[in-house]
Design a protein around this ligand. Structure first.
Ligand SMILES: [Ca+2]
Ligand SMILES: [Ca+2]
Length: 299
């Protein structure tokens, strides 16, 4: 096999747990060679594949780490999602002016898998909400039931609806773009509905919530899994979103320059309560009220 040494492929100076950023860029396999033959690269099997890209790796002085570019098959790019209990779990992102879109363009993108969609009544599930309180004018993306299910973007009034009933127990991708004064919902990579979104989103430092409504609103929590949530301060094109959907397998979106990209466990080893922002803004998310990591991901 052809082995490619990266700039990081070097003997570690001491025994160390390599940070996950070492494992990037994605789309390759990381091999560890226990050069001093004391089995100190863990996990390791005689110099064969040691780890998927999202897992930490322990090495010590004398070990050599090598990237093998992926060839064939599906690279292990996405390993973790976040599981929300539908009662009070959510992810909150630190307040930042990065999300003060004003009248500018932006995009919200995320994957979700509902465990439960309640029947009857007016049920709301907050996929993404920039509002600090229910009275704020800020972008949101919800799933709701009012005479049938719909995905809808709301900012104090309804911007655009898409009537659909997302399947329980199945991963879906949803995105919302504002381009100029046009708001568009994409479902599973396809443009499904558009409306007028001319609001001035003038909140100074929004602190968005993923999976929950704004403070002071009861219910409306997502019961299910969320993954690969991203915000862009541009309106992605239809072809960008089709590429991001990637026939149902989340793609590496680095080249689309997300300002926020919360991978839901990937790059955090699927532990702790921080969702490290892999976007340019560096606005980390925090698991709130007990969400857990899951290895159930879109595939
Ligand atoms: Ca993920
Ligand atoms: Ca909880």
């Amino acid at each position: 096999m052809a082995l490619t040494f990266t700039s990081d492929a070097r003997p570690p100076s001491n025994t160390q747990l390599l940070p996950n950023r070492f494992l990037r860029p994605a789309f390759g396999e990381l091999y560890g060679f226990d050069a001093d033959a004391d089995s100190s690269v863990t996990p390791a099997i005689d110099g064969a594949l040691t780890t998927e890209l999202s897992e930490p790796l322990t090495a010590e002085n004398g070990d050599i780490l090598v990237f093998e570019p992926a060839s064939g098959g599906t690279p292990a790019f996405n390993t973790y999602s976040v599981d929300l209990d539908g009662t009070n779990d959510y992810i909150v992102v630190g307040a930042s002016s990065d999300f003060s879109f004003g009248t500018g363009d932006f995009t919200i993108s995320q994957w979700f898998k509902a465990d439960v969609i309640a029947g009857g009544g007016n049920n709301y599930y907050a996929l993404f909400d920039f509002r600090g309180s229910a009275s704020d004018t800020a972008p949101t993306l919800y799933m709701s039931q009012q005479s049938g299910y719909r995905l809808y973007a709301y900012n104090g009034s309804t911007v655009v609806n898409y009537n659909t009933t997302p399947s329980v127990g199945q991963w879906h991708h949803v995105a919302y773009t504002r381009s100029g004064t046009t708001g568009t919902i994409y479902f599973n990579g396809t443009n499904v509905a558009s409306g007028t979104d001319s609001a001035n989103y003038n909140m100074s430092n929004p602190s968005p919530r993923i999976g929950a409504p704004p403070s002071g609103v009861t219910g409306q929590y997502v019961d299910g899994k969320i993954d690969e949530v991203a915000i862009f301060n541009s309106a992605l094109s239809a072809s960008d979103i089709t590429a991001m959907y990637n026939s149902g397998i989340p793609a590496d979106i680095s080249s689309l320059n997300p300002v926020g990209w919360w991978r839901c466990g990937d790059n955090d080893s699927g532990t702790g309560t921080t969702i490290t922002d892999q976007g340019s803004g560096g606005n980390d998310g925090t698991l709130t009220n007990g969400p857990t990591f899951s290895t159930d991901v879109p595939s």
